[in-house]
Design a protein around this ligand. Sequence first.
Ligand code: SF4
Length: 192
Amino acid sequence: MKEELRYSLEKLKKASEHLEEAVKESLDFQSLKTTGVRINYLHICERKLWLFDRGIGMEQTSDKVLLGKLLGEYSYLRQQTRDVLIDNLIRIDIMDKDTIREIKYSNKLQEADRAQILYYLYYLKRLGVEKKGIINYPKMRRREEVVLTEEAERGVEEDLRRVQEIISLKNPPQAKRKPYCKKCSYYEFCWV
Ligand code: SF4
């Protein structure tokens, strides 16, 4: 009997340790949630994310960004629910019954586009809505389907933590040359 009791106590202790670990690792979504653009920039360049976060908003003058916005506005006009703003924080290009869509000007920064739409899927899941994602590249007549797997969810959580780390830095991360620096709207700020 004593032996059984000790065994049960040990099991309870282990379970409580696991629970403590899980609580420690769980994400404080409310304080970490952010915009899709920040997640996107995290995957493009940490310095760009920091500059953008400080309101150094040169993106507004970028032709590519303007073109992307126009494409978003004038593509898929028959779609019903467009430009959906959620919690005054994330803005989804198109939403229908089963999917959300993002429309991108070019597929050169695919990884960042994927990270952004995965974040939207994650955000919606937190609100109790599960959907699939589609990234449309109308200029290339291409589309990519994106599914929020468990592994992808962990990736989104990692991104949220990392965004917080970067924007909390006192100074911007060092500029590091990337193949697309010359096309970045912060190019002059970083390299001239
Ligand atoms: S120019 Fe290059 S280093 Fe500077 S913010 Fe843009 S991508 Fe980053």
